[in-house]
Structures are given as structure tokens and as C-alpha cells.
Design a protein around this ligand. Structure first.
Ligand code: CA
Length: 206
């Protein structure tokens, strides 16, 4: 009898304590993905700011060592500071992707809710982030940064695309407005074994 109960109870505990709270937290978070899949550089996650998590991305399967997903607890209409350190195991380029939280429209729905996340002052030590405060424009777009394409099969209206925003920047005139399906990215140059720390300001708006 007891082994049977244990077999039932353990998965429930795992589900209850691990999966559900992390999902709940992720709804109030901003996200940074780091990818060196193109240059096949292994990325080792290091320290993150308080409350954040960073790990190699199991969903990338055999490429997971080249990719880090980091989630940072955020707050609506209040700028917070975040940071992540990682160490590349080779020299080359790492794509820094600024994204919003993964929030379904309703439980079980394949559609995601447009939860805007704002980034500003994206700086690095051990590497260089260009146009870190989104102040330099090319036309109406931030220089250097480019929009990540939405996932296959997702069509976005113009008003739901990542963009610069001038309503409440952390510094200067602009910040970047992104969400899970429309982020901004740029590639940074890294050196083998040299830790890179990215610091940034972030907030949410719903
Ligand atoms: Ca700025």
C-alpha cells in the first residue's frame, strides 16, 4: 500500500511545488534568451540577479548547450535592474534576445497573451552591446537591434510588433517594448573562457 501511495504522491508533489509556482512567476517576468547555435559555442550559465533563473534550454534538445533561457521577476510600471553572467566555451557571436513572459490566453490555449516587457540600458562587461539604451535610431527603428520573427504560423498585427517606446524610458528618450512573440535581438562578440555579464533595466506593462 505504502509504495503505491508514494508513487502517486511524488509526482503530485513535483507538479505542485515545481511546475505551478514557476509558471505563475513567469507571468510576471521578463526573459532573455542567449543563443550561440550558429557558431556552436557552448554557453555555461553563471550568476543571475536576485530571484532570476538561467539554464541551458532543454527544449533545444541536442543544441541545448548553445542556448540559455533566463527569466527575471519584474514589476508593472516600475523599473528594476537585472543581470546575467555566462561563460562561452568558444569565441564567436552570441545572439542576445529580449523577450516578454510566456503567458497563455487561457489555460491550455495555444495562443499567448500580449504582455509587454520594456528594456533599457542593456550593457555588458566582457563584451559590447551596441545602442544599449535604444537612443540611436535608423528611421523609426532602433539601430543595430532587429526584430525577431514570430514563430511559424503566428501572424502579428503591426501594433503587436516590438518597437521603441517613449512613454517612460529608464534613461534618455526611448526604451524597447517587446513581448514573447516579438522581441529585439543583436549579436555580441565573445571570447572563449571570458565571462560576460549583461545588466539591464526592465519593467512590465499590461
Ligand atoms: Ca533609453
Amino acid at each position: 500500500m505504502l509504495p503505491f501511495l508514494v508513487r502517486i504522491a511524488v509526482p503530485l508533489v513535483v507538479l505542485g511545488l515545481a511546475a505551478l509556482p514557476s509558471r505563475a512567476n513567469e507571468a510576471r517576468s521578463v526573459r532573455i534568451d542567449l543563443s550561440a547555435e550558429k557558431d556552436e559555442l557552448k554557453l555555461v550559465p553563471g550568476a543571475v540577479s536576485e530571484g532570476a533563473s538561467a539554464k541551458n534550454s532543454a527544449w533545444r534538445k541536442e543544441k541545448q548547450d548553445y542556448w540559455i533561457t533566463a527569466v527575471f521577476p519584474s514589476a508593472a510600471d516600475k523599473w528594476l535592474s537585472g543581470s546575467i553572467t555566462f561563460t562561452p566555451q568558444g569565441s564567436g557571436r552570441v545572439l542576445v534576445m529580449l523577450k516578454g513572459p510566456y503567458v497563455r490566453v487561457s489555460p491550455g490555449s495555444p495562443q499567448l497573451r500580449t504582455v509587454w516587457a520594456y528594456f533599457d540600458e542593456v550593457l555588458a562587461t566582457g563584451a559590447t552591446v551596441r545602442n544599449p539604451g535604444f537612443e540611436e535610431l535608423q528611421g523609426e527603428r532602433p539601430a543595430v537591434w532587429y526584430r525577431l520573427p514570430p514563430p511559424a504560423g503566428v501572424n502579428l498585427q503591426p501594433e503587436t510588433l516590438a518597437d521603441i517606446d517613449s512613454t517612460q524610458p529608464a534613461e534618455g528618450r526611448f526604451s524597447a517594448r517587446v513581448w514573447h512573440h516579438s522581441g529585439y535581438a543583436q549579436a555580441i562578440e565573445v571570447q572563449a573562457g571570458v565571462p560576460v555579464t549583461i545588466t539591464f533595466r526592465h519593467r512590465l506593462h499590461e
